[in-house]
Write a protein that binds this ligand. Structure first.
Ligand code: F6P
Length: 358
């Protein structure tokens, strides 16, 4: 095993850079050359390789890419990311495999969300190439792993924003709807609602139609103000496809006093310096990914605090390796709500929902 390549793909996540840096350090220790691929699968198709770690000659010190050395505190990904339509086709993946072969790459690490990991699984299946995935997505919608890289930082960002909004809401006795990212997964909204002391949470998984969403929020706002609360906070996942502008209009029409406002956090949730926890998760997953390559594994993903049966243990009790096929199947179950872990989370949320507004 002499050369690994690594790419970051899909929505960037805080913690991707610490994962890249950890990969580099472990490769250097093992005498492995590490090539970075710029701009995800798109860059791979263009052969956009960049040396990140070059082992020293005759016991000399390895050479590191300067951005790699200093990136542990940066949000985003210094390699860049992209979404690639071409790579979704088998022909595109064949081109990518040819680029990797031409660059003398023995294995590829893919750091990304469920779309990126699906591409990694297809590449591993269709070509003689070792591929290992690291789960990185603020949505936390990846199967088999309790947390993906980026989730902890995203939650801290949301909570800080909600605390700030609560200050101004109290000053004006207002109800705020704060919309957070998460695509189809309500995990960010659910976890943030508890930590931010929200009065209610809106998630796609609750299966409400527009009218039911409006009525649920109206009930929460009325109850909060009737109990003399100075601020009411509702956290809404973007997967609830009722625009905040429409919600605010409807609610101010139903509740006199023009008390309702909304803030859509959007991409703010994805930025920021990675938290300690995300740096810890990123480093530990990266370490085991290199070990997996050295053991000849392929088509697997390193998972943090496994949420599914099976997989294979690593020397790190918190990290387990799962076949990408199982990860993708479990991810589908997370998104359609049939996965055991998602059912448990939703049951917990139902129980907590009653307490949120008290
Ligand atoms: O998957 C991560 C994510 O941030 C989602 O939460 C969000 O809906 C999506 O990416 C936004 O994608 P883009 O940055 O391409 O607009």
């Amino acid at each position: 095993m002499t050369t690994l390549a690594v790419l970051t793909s899909g929505g960037d996540a805080p913690g991707m850079n610490p994962a890249l840096r950890a990969l580099g350090k472990v490769c250097a220790q093992s005498g492995i050359t590490l090539l970075g691929v710029e701009r995800g699968y798109e860059g791979l198709l263009e052969g956009a390789f960049r040396p990140l770690v070059t082992p020293g000659e005759g016991g000399g010190a390895p050479r590191f890419d300067r951005e790699l050395e200093g990136c542990q505190g940066w949000g985003g990904t210094f390699l860049g990311s992209a979404r690639s339509a071409r790579f979704r086709e088998a022909a595109g993946r064949a081109e990518a495999a040819a680029q990797l072969a031409e660059a003398g790459v023995d294995g590829l690490v893919v750091i990304g969300g469920n779309g990126s990991l699906a591409g990694a699984a297809a590449l591993a299946e269709e070509h003689e190439l070792r591929v290992v995935g690291l789960p990185a997505s603020i949505d936390n919608d990846i199967g088999c792993t309790g947390l993906s890289i980026g989730v902890d930082t995203a939650l801290n960002t949301i909570i800080e924003a909600c605390d700030r909004i609560a200050d101004t809401a109290r000053a004006h006795r207002r109800a705020f709807i704060v919309e957070v990212m998460g695509r189809e997964c309500g995990y960010l909204a659910m976890a943030a609602a508890i930590a931010a002391g929200a009065d209610a949470v809106l998630m796609r998984e609750q299966g409400r139609d527009e009218r039911a969403v409006v009525e649920a929020v109206e009930k929460t706002v009325r109850a909060g103000f009737d109990r003399g609360k100075k601020r009411v906070l509702v956290i809404k996942s973007e997967g609830v496809r009722v625009p905040c502008t429409k919600l605010v209009r409807e609610l101010n029409a139903r509740i006199p006093g023009d008390h309702v406002r909304a803030t859509v956090l959007g991409h703010v949730v994805r930025g920021g310096a990675p938290s300690y926890m995300d740096r810890r998760i990123a480093s530990r997953l990266a370490f085991q990914a290199v070990r997996a390559f050295e053991e000849g594994q392929t088509g697997t993903m390193t998972a943090w605090r496994a949420t599914a049966e099976g997989g294979s243990k690593t020397v790190d009790p918190t990290v387990r390796l799962f076949p990408l096929a199982q990860v993708l199947e479990e991810t589908r179950a997370v998104l359609d709500g049939t996965s055991a872990v998602m059912r448990w989370r939703l049951e917990m949320m139902e129980r907590v929902a009653g307490v949120l507004g008290v």
